[in-house]
Design a protein. Structure first.
Length: 335
């Protein structure tokens, strides 16, 4: 793993950015430990933790039994007794196995102690479709825990965001769920490493300025929306793209400001339509900027059925850059 303790511009992959951030925080703070299935000897099933055991040893980089409820619960115990555990869920879909530990124990512990006990814990969960893992291993699970106060939920869409969010999450005194996307691990990008690379775990981020409509997306959909904008640029359409990136605490004020300028809203998420974060964003924008909207908010989501294993079917159900571009054009021409 590389090291960067001063502000330096680097170019690396999403996968390597995560490993770099973890290594730097483990060097900085001896109470940071990593645990999960295959994170040590194998370097993670997606190789995001490769080399960490060699540097930090088996005491701080631990392979666990196949029991998410067990090792996530152990993470809570470590967090309230002086450590800063980083727990990896091999697939975000396995959140269901340890949902009680996260929703009823980890998210509520600080509140139920009257603020006397911090819970400095990070849960990294790897989700997302596009790699043919089937219905039980392809969900982003972005909204599964959205209704639980006490938990921060962040969704890095680029190497820069992954690096900065991991570092900030490790330093946070509250539990943070970091949802990574397996389809982004090979993506490369430039970012400032070191202290300048920390990402504030509070707000959505403007990634492309525009004037004709506001598009809000998360994880892999951010990149697809940017490609869609390149397509519609040939027609003279200039959407503004915002990376949702922080689902909890949800701050829609940057989106409200954008919609007041562009007068249209599209949300794009890799999740089912019912109960998606896009519905919450649309509701809050309607509450706060109804008079600024020239048309109802549009939501681009997955269809309401499990993710298919078949490659052509999986590609068909995922929002594509071309499909998003068609929606942009239709909204622009219809509005």
């Amino acid at each position: 793993m590389g090291v960067c303790m001063t502000a330096t511009l680097v170019e690396t992959s999403y996968r390597e950015a995560i490993g770099m951030a973890l290594a730097e925080e483990m060097r900085r703070d001896s109470t940071v430990i990593l645990m999960g299935e295959d994170v040590a000897d194998a370097g993670g099933v997606f190789k995001a933790t490769l080399g960490l055991k060699d540097e930090f040893g088996a005491a701080r980089v631990r392979d666990t039994p196949i029991s998410e409820m067990g090792f996530v619960g152990a993470g809570l115990g470590l967090a309230i007794t002086g450590y800063r555990p980083v727990v990896e869920l091999m697939f975000a879909d396995f959140i269901g196995v340890c949902y009680d530990q996260i929703a009823n124990q980890i998210a509520k512990y600080r509140y139920m102690s009257g603020g006397q006990t911090a819970v400095p814990m990070v849960i990294r969960a790897v989700g997302g479709a596009g790699l043919r893992f089937g219905a039980q291993h392809s969900q982003t699970c972005e909204t599964w825990l959205l209704a639980n106060p006490g938990l921060k939920i962040v969704c890095p869409s680029s190497p820069k965001e992954a690096y900065g969010m991991i570092k900030a999450a490790v330093r946070d005194d509250n539990p943070v769920l970091v949802l990574e996307h397996k389809g982004l691990y090979g993506n490369r990008g430039e970012f400032e490493c070191g202290e300048e690379g920390l990402v504030d775990l509070k707000n959505p981020a403007l990634v492309r300025p525009g004037k004709d409509m506001t598009i809000v997306a998360s994880l892999a959909m951010v990149g697809r929306c940017l490609k869609a904008c390149d397509i519609v640029a040939e027609k003279g359409i200039e959407p503004e793209v915002i990376d949702m990136r922080v689902l909890r605490p949800m701050d829609v004020s940057p989106i409200v400001a954008s919609v007041r300028r562009t007068n249209r809203l599209i949300t794009v998420e890799e999740g089912p339509r019912v109960g998606g974060w896009g519905a919450e964003v649309a509701a809050q924008i309607t509450d706060e900027a109804f008079d600024d909207l020239d048309s109802p908010p549009l939501r681009i989501t997955l269809p309401d059925h499990p993710m298919p294993f078949s490659a052509p079917l999986e590609d068909a159900v995922l929002p594509s850059a071309e499909g998003i571009a068609e929606t942009i054009v239709a909204l622009h021409e219809g509005g």
